[in-house]
Design a protein around this ligand. Structure first.
Ligand code: HEM
Length: 419
């Protein structure tokens, strides 16, 4: 397919715009496309894409309308799930079903079973551990050398956190990262046709086997503070291991949920503060801004680019007629750049008064379950960074992921300037 450069945006016919092309996110050229959609067609129909026809919802207000209308717009995997790409349909293969791809009444009991792990009371207990791990990582960084922040900090911190949440063998924690990356690696999402889907499937079955083993090792034990134990001790999920679809799906959801997203917010924060040195200065002068900055970084980065729904009935949205069965994509990345809500929206402003109004965690019944945990990790990390480093300086080119679902960053070369 011909790659259209950003400056051509205004010349393309509205109906030919396809904002799902992964290269827009790899090259970071998505901004003018979404700006045009928000301006001219906040509910826009793309008749032809590798993912078939779909509606794009790009304004803050209409995204909230779709996300909170869960009786009209389904998340169910039976209708197409939560990503623009339809679930693969290989006969006999386990695809993994989780509560993020369920509607009511199935969704809520399962969500309630896992939610206490990341409730404020547990998070308060978790904070010292997160701090300890953050300090350990920061203290070992190679001062004076150029290194990839993504590998050494973003991935490492989130991998340690995941191993803790799952009570997964600590020394094997990078496997969790590998499985998470694999879970979102399908050609329609990444634009990479060379992905061996059979190998991917085998590896994911390896993940299921490892979790099954972990599950069995905890069966019959008294409850402990970790996700597997909580699932086992809750009526709604106690027999989850007997249903391979739900078992793999729910565990992958918790891994992907807690991994890519937080990781990319950590990397995005370093990039954004380097791009806007005035903001870095503000932060140095007033580290008390960190909690608000965390929300602003999540808005600016928007680690989950979109969520998809399927209309269960005809519905009029922003003056357009959505038909039953239509694919409707909420572009959170665009909602978070909506100038009618966020002035100078492309810019990071760490004391932005309404930073928390972002849609990066979604809205309604499926609103991110781990949002407080993600914020906690980011806050603690930045508090500890500011105690040690005058600046984390970006010294080379950023490499991004080719992916229309996860806004991912692969390489951020940095140098540290100790205080
Ligand atoms: C900055 C970090 C994060 C971002 C941006 C993020 C974003 C999202 C989004 C957009 C949704 C879907 C919302 C919707 O459909 O309305 C979601 C759901 C979810 N997230 Fe997160 N997430 C983050 C961190 C985490 C963490 C650390 C966990 C770990 C527990 C987590 C677990 C989940 C779960 C389990 C769901 C499904 C909730 C449901 O269906 O009821 N997320 N997240």
């Amino acid at each position: 397919m011909q790659i259209i450069e950003a400056e051509d945006v205004e010349r393309v016919a509205l109906e030919d715009i396809d904002v799902s092309r992964p290269e827009l996110f790899r090259n970071d050229t998505w901004q003018p496309w979404f700006a045009r959609l928000r301006r001219e067609a906040p509910v826009h129909f793309c008749a032809d894409s590798v993912n078939g026809p779909f509606w794009s919802v790009s304004s803050h207000k209409l995204i909230k309308e779709v996300d909170t209308s869960n009786r009209v717009f389904s998340s169910s995997s039976k209708l197409g799930g939560i990503a623009i790409v339809d679930p693969p349909a290989e006969e006999g293969q386990i695809q993994g079903e989780s509560f993020i791809t369920m509607d009511e009444p199935q969704h809520m009991p399962q969500r309630m079973a896992v939610a206490p792990t990341v409730a404020p009371k547990n998070l308060a207990q978790l904070e010292p551990l997160i701090r300890e791990r953050a300090i350990d990582i920061l203290e070992q960084l190679p001062v004076g050398e150029t290194f990839n922040w993504v590998q050494e900090v973003s991935i490492e911190l989130t991998a340690r956190m995941l191993a803790t949440l799952f009570d997964f063998p600590y020394e094997e924690r990078r496997k969790l990262v590998y499985w998470s990356d694999l879970a979102t690696a399908v050609p329609e999402v990444t634009g990479d046709d060379s992905i061996d889907m059979n190998k991917r499937y085998e590896e994911l079955m390896g993940a299921a086997a490892a979790f099954y083993q972990l599950w069995m090792s905890k069966a019959g034990q008294p409850p402990t503070f970790d996700l597997i134990s909580m699932l086992q001790h809750n009526e709604a999920t106690a027999r989850m291991n007997e249903d391979p679809e739900q078992f793999l799906g729910n565990l992958l959801l918790l891994i992907v949920g807690g991994n890519d997203t937080t990781r990319n917010s950590i990397s995005g924060g370093v990039m954004a503060l380097n791009r806007y040195p005035d903001e870095y200065q503000k932060l140095r002068e007033n580290p008390g801004l960190i909690p608000n900055m965390v929300s602003e970084i999540i808005r600016w980065q928007t680690p989950v680019i979109h969520m998809r729904r399927t209309a269960m009935q005809d519905y009029e949205l922003g003056g357009r007629k959505i038909r039953e069965g239509d694919k409707v994509v909420m572009w959170y990345l665009s909602g978070n750049r909506d100038e009618s809500v966020f002035g100078d929206a492309d810019r990071l402003i760490i004391d932005r008064p309404n930073a928390r109004a972002h849609v990066a965690f979604g809205f309604g019944v499926h609103r991110c379950m781990g949002n407080r945990l993600a914020e906690l990790q980011l806050r603690v990390l930045w508090e500890e960074i500011m105690k040690r480093f005058e600046k984390v300086e970006v010294v080379g080119d950023i490499e991004r992921l080719s992916n229309n679902f996860i806004r991912g960053i692969k390489d951020v070369p940095v140098r540290l300037h100790p205080v």
